[in-house]
Design a protein around this ligand. Structure first.
Ligand SMILES: Cc1cc2nc3c(=O)[nH]c(=O)nc-3n(C[C@H](O)[C@H](O)[C@H](O)COP(=O)(O)OP(=O)(O)OC[C@H]3O[C@@H](n4cnc5c(N)ncnc54)[C@H](O)[C@@H]3O)c2cc1C
Length: 540
């Protein structure tokens, strides 16, 4: 009797009240809270219905089961995980339930060359903890003070060291995730025998392994042919990295999947020891026309990182980071600054590599150089590069930074031919824009300033994406090297990969998430460009 009354009472509750009754964590829907989760570092605004902060894995399981069970009655119900919310593609925004992962913030173990951690640990805290064992995760982002390691995995993020050290996916050795059936599973690389055993064991996990394996094996050559031929990529599902006919590794599918396949609860990272000495070759270019050639001159000398920023960024840094720029030679007025970092086991080795690279540069009126191995000085130059987006973001008046074409990548050897065509498109719109980025990878962070209150400007944003991405695809590049697809780039995936590949992406999503519970509209089954335009945030 008591339980019948309870049941009847439960049926009268709305979704918020029901969920609040079921979990230990919080369920919120105040307008202030919803507004806070309606934005990230992208150009979009989408206000959710609820924000849930689960206390633990048991809460997460309950939430997933609840949404799955109520999905047929309410098709709009979904779960979008959110970590620090610093994504630039709108990937953590959605109109249903946002799952704030902030309670999953414990580092569990740091070993000789690895760390096991929950996903919502801030990189800045992770960095300090693993440095005690003289280790680091080299795929750190320019946002390393703001973002979490789980966000980095989910975006397959990258940064200044990626040129020599690769993206975040490379360092994911094992991960635990909650899938659509509400259970937690561990993913790690499997050899053929282990894969066969997993396929034969039965259950949802087994079904996933069997069906993903079948897709990858059947379409093996086709999938490999679709791998973008660039140093890094975050667009689409990285199917080509899962099965190499020797090892089968679903961690490589989760990395970069933007919370669309399940919710990550634990990550084991492979970590590395930093080289103890670094030397920086700073190259000041008076003119952009030399950029492509200089990049290709320095790259064969194998810098550990090769970054860039432009005069506009430098001007902002002079104004807002004077404690850093006061050490720079103010008489040099470059259009572009390039930073090639060389490392070694001794200072002599690092400096020798730097001098070797400098020798090949045609130094003159338009090109000057400087070498420094003072760690503080190196840090000053790198800080301006890392802060480039933030400087612009917070100091651009009534116009706003518009990350839309901010993550394109082409092979560096194409830069001399590609760049003039790119500038022609950009300049045809009379826009103010800055360029910084990972120039050694051919990954350019182009950040236009736009006033989205004007409908015409919102149109231009979409048009610009189409034109720039077309050019990038012409050169076999990717529209996203590290910031991933989110809202802004999902509609362009078909153009990048073709319809046949999109069908495979959709099959993969449906195998993991048959009811489309997790972060719908990202990667697959995305909305159209009208939706994209409609949700550009106009108020700031
Ligand atoms: C100033 C600035 C500079 C930046 N520089 C770089 C850069 O150099 N390189 C770079 O790659 N990016 C950069 N970014 C973008 C962003 O910081 C990174 O992509 C970062 O890794 C996102 O981490 P986050 O914790 O903010 O994740 P969020 O933005 O909260 O989430 C990112 C994605 O991960 C998913 N997610 C979060 N937690 C989980 C989980 N537990 N399980 C499953 N999915 C989950 C979310 O649904 C979302 O799709 C920059 C951003 C800013 C603001």
């Amino acid at each position: 009797m008591g339980s019948r009354i309870l049941n009847e009472f439960y049926m009268t509750l709305n979704i918020k009240e029901k969920l609040a009754a079921l979990i230990r964590g919080t369920v919120e829907d105040s307008s202030a809270r919803l507004a806070q989760y309606g934005n990230d570092a992208s150009i979009f605004e989408i206000i959710p219905q609820l924000v849930i902060t689960p206390e633990d894995t048991a809460d997460l399981k309950t939430i997933i089961n609840f949404v799955r069970e109520h999905k047929s009655a309410d098709k709009t119900l979904s779960l979008t995980p959110r970590a620090a919310g610093t994504g630039m593609s709108g990937e953590s925004l959605n109109d249903s339930i946002i799952v704030d992962m902030k309670k999953f913030n414990h580092i569990q173990e740091v070993g000789n060359d690895y760390a096991i951690t929950e996903p919502c640990v801030y990189y800045r805290d992770f960095e300090i903890e693993v440095a005690k064992n003289e280790l680091f995760l080299p795929s750190y982002t320019a946002s390393k003070k703001l973002c979490t390691v789980g966000g980095m995995v989910s975006n397959n993020s990258a940064g200044e060291k990626t040129l020599s050290c690769g993206q975040t996916a490379r360092y994911v050795k094992e991960l635990s995730a909650l899938l659509a059936d509400g259970n937690e599973y561990v993913f790690k690389p499997l050899n053929k025998e282990e894969l066969t055993a997993k396929i034969n064991q039965g259950g949802f996990e087994s079904e996933i392994h069997q069906r993903i394996y079948a897709i990858l094996e059947k379409n093996y050559d086709f999938i490999q042919s679709k791998k973008p031929r660039v140093n890094k990529n975050a667009a689409g599902y990285e199917l080509w990295n899962v099965w190499n006919r020797d090892m089968f590794d679903l961690t490589q599918l989760f990395a970069g999947s933007q919370g669309t396949l399940g919710i990550i609860t634990k990550i084991k990272f492979q970590l590395v020891r930093p080289k103890p000495y670094a030397s920086l070759l700073v190259i000041f270019l008076k003119d952009i026309i030399h950029l492509g050639d200089i990049v290709n001159t320095v790259l064969p000398c194998n810098p550990e990182s090769f970054e860039s920023y432009d005069d506009h960024t430098l001007k902002l840094a002079e104004e807002f980071l004077p404690e850093v720029t006061k050490f720079f030679d103010a008489s040099i007025k470059p259009k572009i600054v390039l930073l090639a970092e060389f490392t070694g086991d001794s200072e002599e080795e690092a400096v020798e590599k730097t001098r070797c690279a400098e020798k090949h540069i045609p130094i003159g009126k338009a090109i000057t150089t400087m070498i420094t191995c003072d760690p503080k000085n190196v840090d000053h130059y790198c800080t301006v590069r890392r802060e480039s987006f933030n400087l612009l973001r917070y100091h651009s008046g009534h116009e706003r930074t518009a990350p839309i074409i901010e993550d394109i990548i082409v092979r560096p050897e194409f830069l001399p031919e590609f760049l003039p065509k790119l500038y022609k498109i950009l300049d045809s719109y009379n826009l103010v824009y800055t360029i910084a980025g990972h120039i050694g990878d051919g990954n350019l962070h182009i950040m236009p300033l736009m006033d989205f209150r004007e409908a015409k400007i919102r149109m231009i944003a979409i048009e610009l994406c189409k034109k720039v991405f077309d050019l990038v695809f012409e050169y076999g590049g990717s529209m996203s090297a590290e910031h991933n697809d989110g809202i802004i780039r999902t509609p362009f995936l078909e153009h990048m990969y073709g319809n046949e590949m999109i069908k495979l992406f959709e099959e993969v999503k449906l195998i993991f998430d048959p009811s489309n519970i997790f972060n719908p509209g990202k990667k697959v089954f995305g909305r159209d460009l009208a939706f994209v335009k409609e949700h550009i945030d106009r108020v700031y």
